[in-house]
Design a protein around this ligand. Structure first.
Ligand SMILES: [Zn+2]
Length: 290
C-alpha cells in the first residue's frame, strides 16, 4: 500500500526504529530491495534522486507505484534531495508521496522561505516534506553532493526551523557524509547531538550518508530519534561487485539481462536485509494495519 512520508515515519517515531530509504537507481535495485522488505516484512521508502529520475525517466515512478499497490507493506515514494520548487512540483505531479527540499546550502532565512513554500504546496495534496539543516559531508563520489566539511545541526536553530516551516521530518548533520569514505577518513557520529536535537523537536529525524558508518553507531542512533536512514552507496556497490563477478566468470557470450542481473539482484537483497535488521525495521509492517 502506498503511504505518505508522514504516515510511514509516525509509527517508526513512536516505536523507535528507522525506515530504510533505499535509492532505487534502476529497476533491478528496486526489485532487490522490495524482495528484502517482503522477506522481512519491513516498511520501506523508495527514494529517487532527481538525477536518477532523469536517467530512469518519469515512467519509472509508475513501476514503483505498481509495487506499492501490489504489496501489503507500507511503501512511500520519496524525492531525494529536491533542489528546486519546480523539481518538487514535478515529483508531486508524478505521484511521489514524500519530497525532500534540500536548501541546506542556502542561508538560514532562504532555506526557511523555500522549505515553507514547498510545505504549503505539498501539504495541500497530502504529500510530506523533508528538509535539511546543517550540511552533510561529501566524500566526493556521490550524486547527492554535500560539502567537504560538515556543519553540524544546531538544536536551537533546528527548533526554530521546524516551527517556522512546519516540515514533517528533518535531515540533520550529525557527522555522516554522502558516498563512501576514503580509507583515511573515519566517520564518526555525534550521538549526543542526536539526543540534543530530538529533545528540542518532535518531528522524525533523518540520517543521510548512512553508508559505511559502523553498525554499532547506527544501531544507537536509531534508538535516539533517527527514524529514516538513507542507503544508496551500499546497495549499489553490492550490485556492481556482483556484476563484475558475473562478467569475469561467465565464459558465455553475455548479453541477456536475465542472465547478467539475477545474482546482482540477490546481492542487493542481501545488503538491504542487513540494513533492515540493523535499523530494527524487520517485522514492523504489522503496526501499519488497523
Ligand atoms: Zn542525502
Amino acid at each position: 500500500m502506498l503511504v505518505s512520508g508522514k504516515e510511514i515515519l509516525k509509527i517508526a517515531h513512536e516505536r523507535n526504529f528507522a525506515i530504510p530509504a533505499f535509492n532505487a537507481g534502476s529497476g533491478q535495485l528496486l526489485e532487490g530491495v522490495m524482495r528484502a522488505c517482503e522477506n522481512l516484512n519491513s516498511p520501506v521508502i523508495i527514494a529517487i534522486h532527481p538525477d536518477e529520475l532523469s536517467f530512469l525517466t518519469d515512467s519509472f515512478v509508475d513501476q514503483v507505484k505498481y509495487y506499492a499497490n501490489n504489496t501489503t507493506l507500507p511503501v512511500c515514494i520519496h524525492l531525494d534531495h529536491g533542489a528546486t520548487f519546480e523539481q518538487v512540483i514535478h515529483a508531486i505531479q508524478l505521484g511521489f508521496t514524500s519530497v525532500m527540499i534540500d536548501a541546506s546550502h542556502m542561508d538560514f532565512e532562504d532555506n526557511i522561505e523555500i522549505s515553507k513554500k514547498v510545505v504549503e504546496a505539498a501539504h495541500a495534496v497530502d504529500v510530506s516534506v523533508e528538509a535539511e539543516l546543517g550540511t552533510i559531508g561529501d566524500t566526493g563520489d556521490s550524486i547527492e553532493g554535500g560539502v567537504t566539511e560538515i556543519i553540524y545541526t544546531d538544536p536551537e536553530v533546528a527548533k526554530e526551523f521546524v516551527t517556522r516551516t512546519n516540515v514533517d521530518s528533518l535531515a540533520v548533520a550529525v557527522g555522516t557524509a554522502h558516498g563512501l569514505y576514503p580509507e583515511n577518513m573515519k566517520p564518526k557520529l555525534k550521538l549526543e547531538l542526536i539526543d540534543q536535537i530530538a529533545e528540542k523537536i518532535d518531528v522524525p529525524l533523518v540520517l543521510h550518508g548512512g553508508s559505511s558508518n559502523p553498525d554499532e553507531e547506527i544501531k544507537v542512533a536509531v534508538t535516539k530519534g533517527i527514524n529514516k536512514i538513507n542507503i544508496s552507496s551500499d546497495i549499489k556497490i553490492a550490485f556492481y561487485e556482483q556484476m563484475k563477478v558475473v562478467m569475469e566468470n561467465d565464459r558465455k557470450e553475455l548479453r541477456e539481462p536475465n542472465v547478467i542481473f539475477p545474482s546482482c539482484i540477490e546481492a542487493t537483497q542481501k545488503v538491504a536485509e542487513e540494513k533492515i535488521n540493523l535499523f530494527n525495521s524487520a517485522d514492523k509492517a504489522k503496526y501499519y494495519y488497523k
